[in-house]
Design a binder for this molecule. Structure first.
Ligand code: UFG
Length: 325
């Protein structure tokens, strides 16, 4: 297939684009480099630097089979302070993309959605039929795009798939491949922060609350390796059905607490990693664990890197090689 990957200079987008290329597809990356890095665009992909809302029309007129839409604003805290950035950057931009796809007959869309569309869950593991009550603007903006995809599938025959990611981690660090991983200017995610402490770039990690209703009092999350996520993108692109919008949760199905993550990072890195308890972070649910049964059954997806130590190990190989900066 001939594919466009938006956000292909970012973390999930670059690893997914690399997987598409490995599977023999032709890839054009579109990225405005607002948070991505030009050197993360996978070798073998054509790179178009620019704003999707402007670039999508002329580019898709060349004739493409599908779009993998990973470009997004994705900081929960920022989305609460500057909501317009999220309604414009995520919703308006995605709508322009959908219109360009409709106008140019681009059939397939795989969209990077998020567990943040569910908000505080009533039940875990979370299934796709669970209520969607996002507690932040980031999640609400992604949910709005999901609704738009549903209506474009019904009205225009779009083959849409939304993938709701849980906590993505790890890196693509195999020998003889372009090393791809997490490099955020503003880092808010637990595993990269803990590894920065191990590298001496931060003094300590703060654990946001130890009085949550969980076994050890810290929040529990479902960590998924970015390579397993990339595989799901490939399967989703291949399985997308005209006139249908399918939604899949993607996690490994296992929950790990903040304390367990820090302990695993200590074991993997051999560093002490000082940690202290800090106040709870606004908007954090206590437990987020995915049921990915639907993705396993319908897409034949089978995560291969579920072990937290191997996820952290790959993230560490990337960060300690100086690439996480
Ligand atoms: N945490 C700390 N200290 C830190 C950073 C995080 O204790 O310095 C805790 C958080 O409170 C949370 C857990 O570690 O309990 C994981 O936090 P992350 O920021 O790594 O991830 P989130 O679960 O908050 O966020 C993820 C995705 C978001 C998505 C959200 C909800 O990264 O994109 O899940 O689905 F919006």
């Amino acid at each position: 297939m001939k594919l466009v990957v938006t956000g292909g200079a970012g973390y999930v987008g670059s690893v997914s684009a690399a997987r598409m290329l490995e599977a023999g597809h032709e890839v054009v990356v579109v990225d405005d480099l607002s948070t991505g890095h030009a050197d993360a665009v996978p070798a073998g992909a054509r790179f178009v630097e620019g704003d999707i809302a402007e670039v999508a029309g002329p580019l898709l007129a060349e004739g493409f089979d599908g779009v993998l839409h990973c470009a997004a604003k994705s900081l929960v805290g920022e989305s609460m302070q500057d909501p317009a950035k999220y309604w414009n950057g995520n919703v308006v931009t995605s709508l322009r993309l959908l219109e360009a796809m409709r106008d140019n007959g681009t059939q397939r869309l795989v969209f990077s959605s998020t567990a943040a569309t569910y908000g505080e869950p009533e039940q875990v593991p979370i299934v796709e039929t669970a209520p969607t009550r996002p507690t932040n603007t980031y999640g609400a903006s992604k949910l709005a795009i999901d609704f738009a995809i549903t209506s474009f599938a019904a009205a225009h025959g779009l083959a849409g798939v939304s993938l709701r990611y849980f906590n993505v981690a790890g890196a693509y660090v195999a020998p003889d491949v372009q090393q791809l991983g997490e490099r955020h200017a503003v880092e808010t995610h637990l595993i990269p922060i803990v590894l920065q402490v191990a590298l001496g770039q931060r003094e300590k990690v703060q654990m946001y609350g130890d009085d949550w209703p969980t076994e050890d009092g810290t929040c529990v999350r479902d960590y998924i390796h970015v390579l397993d996520l990339a595989e799901a993108h490939l399967l989703a692109m291949e399985h997308a059905k005209a006139g249908r919008h399918s939604i899949y949760n993607l996690g490994s199905g296992f929950g790990f607490s903040v304390k367990q993550v820090i302990d695993t990072c200590r074991q993997v890195t051999g560093h002490e990693i000082p940690a202290e308890v800090a106040p709870r972070r606004a908007g954090d649910p206590a437990v987020l664990v995915a049921s990915s049964e639907r993705a396993r059954q319908e897409l034949g997806w089978q995560p291969k890197h579920e072990d937290l130590a191997s996820i952290v190990g790959d993230a560490w190989a990337f960060a300690s090689a100086g690439r996480g900066e």
